[in-house]
Design a protein around this ligand. Structure first.
Ligand code: 2AL
Length: 242
C-alpha cells in the first residue's frame, strides 16, 4: 500500500526523521511517501502556527492524496485532519488521535509529555474533541522547542524521561504518550528506561492506517466528510479550491 505521511511543519530534516520512524514499523509492502507543505511554519508551537500548517496539510493532500491508500498527519495537533478527510476517501489518521487510542488499549489512564507548555492546551482540546477525557490523566510541557528535536532529540531524552516519571507518579498513569512527532526516535529508549508503554503517535498511526487498509475501510463520504463544495478560492489559496 501507498502511505502518504505528511509532516505539517516545513522542516525537511524533521520529515526525514518522521519517515524513518514510520518505515521502521511499516510492513514490507507499505511504501511511505513523506512530504511537508511548501509554505508555513518551520515548527508548530501554537494556534497561529497550527492555522497556517492546516492549510499546508490541505495543500499536500491535494497534491499527493490521489495515489495514497492512507494518509498520516504527523504533528501532535493533528492540523487539518477533518479537512483532509473531506479531500480524500483514503483513511486519514492524526498522530495524537492514534496515540490516544493506542494508549487506551494498554492502560486505564495515560499522560502526555509534550514540547512547549503553551502547546498543552492544543493537546487538551484534542483530548476533549476525541472523547478521551476519562483516559487522559495529565498533559505536561517540557518547554523543549520542537526544533531541538529535529535531529532525533537525543540531547533531550533525560529531560523527557524526568517529565514522564513525574507524570506517571502525579497522574497515576500507566502509559506515556509522546506529544510531538519529533520525539519518535526516542520512543524505544524511553520505553526501556520507564518500564511502561510509551506511545509514539507516528508509529501508532502507521499501524492503524495499515490495519484500516487491510480491512478495506475508507473514510465515510456520508455527511460532513463529503467532498468540499465546488467554489472559487481567491488569492494564494486559488489552487486549493475544489
Ligand atoms: C508538534 C509536532 O508534532 N510537530 C511540530 O512542529 N509541533 N507538536 C508539538 N506539540 O510540539
Amino acid at each position: 500500500m501507498n502511505l502518504l505521511l505528511i509532516n505539517p511543519n516545513t522542516s525537511e530534516v524533521m520529515t526525514a526523521g518522521i519517515a524513518a520512524a514510520a518505515r521502521a514499523v511499516a510492513f514490507p509492502g507499505t511504501t511511505v511517501h513523506a512530504t511537508q507543505p511548501t509554505f508555513g511554519p518551520r515548527s508548530i508551537e501554537g494556534h497561529y502556527d497550527e492555522a497556517i500548517a492546516a492549510a499546508g496539510v490541505a495543500e499536500q493532500v491535494r497534491l499527493h492524496g490521489a495515489g495514497a491508500d492512507a494518509v498520516v498527519i504527523a504533528c501532535f495537533g493533528d492540523p487539518g485532519l477533518d479537512a483532509a478527510r473531506e479531500a480524500t476517501s483514503a483513511p486519514v489518521i492524526g498522530i495524537a488521535e492514534a496515540a490516544f487510542h493506542a494508549a487506551s488499549f494498554l492502560a486505564t489512564g495515560f499522560s502526555v509529555v509534550t514540547t512547549m507548555t503553551r502547546t498543552c492546551v492544543i493537546a487538551e482540546h484534542l483530548v476533549h474533541r476525541y472523547g478521551f477525557e476519562r483516559r487522559c490523566r495529565g498533559i505536561h510541557g517540557t518547554d523543549i522547542p520542537v526544533l531541538a528535536l529535529e535531529d532525533g532529540g537525543a540531547g533531550c531524552v533525560d529531560q523527557i524521561e524526568a517529565a514522564a516519571r513525574e507524570a506517571l507518579a502525579r497522574d497515576r498513569s500507566g502509559a506515556i504518550v509522546l506529544g510531538c512527532a519529533g520525539m519518535a526516535a526516542l520512543c524505544a529508549t524511553l520505553s526501556a528506561r520507564l518500564g511502561v508503554p510509551v506511545i509514539d503517535g507516528v508509529a501508532a498511526a502507521v499501524k492503524f492506517a495499515e490495519g484500516l487498509v487491510a480491512l478495506g475501510l475508507r473514510t465515510s463520504a456520508h455527511g460532513d466528510y463529503a467532498r468540499p463544495l465546488p467554489k472559487v478560492y481567491d488569492g494564494w489559496a486559488a489552487p486549493l479550491g475544489w
